[in-house]
Design a protein around this ligand. Structure first.
Ligand code: PHE
Length: 344
């Protein structure tokens, strides 16, 4: 019996998977060479069988290994059996950060340049930080402005119920507690939760909250910071204005408006028609104001010595107002539709 089959010559002639399959049948098919060898064992004595079996096994393993190496080799080539080394490679698709993450990074960079420190406070929060410490005692009607998810847990006698924080203002007193003393220049970016779902609301969204506390801080610092941000984020030709408003935790309080990116604050389009994108040339960005003395007191900061300002805006909303982002349904941001996300 010949246990030294010369298979390598045949294997070298193999050019593609078809050839390889034919050769495989020549060796391992029902009439194949290996199969014949195995069948021939029957006629041997037990002693010879042992020895021959070992040899056949060794041969079989050797051929199988060579076949699988050949298979790999031809699979890496095209069918004609040559490799085109000049063909362009297949590039893996490159991903990128989600636009909300990109916006968070951009906003952080803008505020870090003027000395703010980015922090992040709990999304699952005590009522005390979300409301009481912000001058909204239990049952105060102002709480209704912040529709809130409550967590079904035993309340604390000191801090009240557990909520999903409806705004990043809950980080204000936490930051005062962390630093103990001014100066404070915080930018708190975190997820917020409110039970709303429509074209301009999602139940989970992001806010960025600025808080500055120091000696002699006044409204001009707030206005200057707003202008700086608007120009950096939206472009040098945008202006802001403060419009009187009410929040329990700031006094006085303002809504910050920015000139419309479409009509640039004129409320008119080039053809003389009224701009439909804005109200009288202005778009509303979000809330702000001078920190209420009761909030400073809750954070154990001397309200006689120190004053501060704060602002809190939605990231998604702010980003949508950047000119060029024509997003008419905010829910698209979280729909995970790759065709939408790829655009950014
Ligand atoms: N927390 C307010 C909101 O979510 C915004 C705000 C923050 C207003 C800071 C004033 C000062 O609407």
């Amino acid at each position: 019996m010949n246990y030294n089959l010369e298979f390598r010559g045949d294997l070298n002639k193999v050019k593609n998977l078809n050839d390889l399959e034919k050769l495989r049948l020549e060796y391992f098919g029902s009439q194949g060479k290996i199969t014949q060898l195995t069948k021939s064992l029957k006629s041997l004595s037990p002693e010879e069988k042992k020895e021959a079996g070992r040899k056949i096994n060794r041969l079989k393993n050797e051929i199988e290994l060579a076949f699988s190496q050949k298979q790999q080799e031809v699979a890496d080539r095209n069918d004609s059996g040559w490799i085109d080394v000049t063909a362009p490679g297949i590039k893996p698709r490159e991903g990128h950060l989600h636009i909300v993450s990109l916006a968070i990074e951009e906003i952080t960079r803008i505020f870090e340049k003027i000395g703010f420190t980015r922090v992040r406070y709990p999304e699952v929060e005590w009522e005390w930080y979300a409301f009481e410490s912000l001058n909204m005692p239990p049952n105060h009607p102002a709480r209704d402005d912040f529709e809130t998810f409550f967590v079904d847990q035993e309340p604390s006698s000191q801090y009240g119920k557990i909520v999903l924080s409806p705004h990043t203002s809950s980080g204000q007193v936490r930051e005062m507690e962390r630093l103990h003393q001014p100066p404070i220049r915080m930018i708190n970016i975190a997820k917020c939760y409110r039970p709303n779902w429509d074209v301009s609301h999602v139940p989970m969204f992001h806010q960025f909250e600025g808080l500055v506390v120091d000696r002699g801080i006044n409204i001009t610092h707030l206005k200057g910071t707003m202008d700086y941000f608007a120009k950096q984020f939206f472009g040098p030709n945008r202006k802001t204005r403060l419009r009187p408003f009410h929040f329990q935790f700031t006094e006085p309080s303002f809504e910050v408006d920015i000139t419309c990116g479409v009509c640039l604050g004129t409320a008119k389009l080039a053809d003389g028609s009224r701009c439909r994108f804005c109200k009288e040339g202005w778009l509303e960005l979000g809330g702000s104001g001078m920190v209420h003395p009761n909030v400073l007191k809750a954070g154990k900061i001397d309200a006689q010595k120190y004053t501060g300002f704060a602002f809190g805006w939605g990231i998604e909303r702010t980003y949508m107002m950047k000119s060029g982002t024509k997003l008419d349904d905010i829910r698209l941001l979280y729909s995970n539709d790759i065709r939408f996300l790829e655009q950014f």
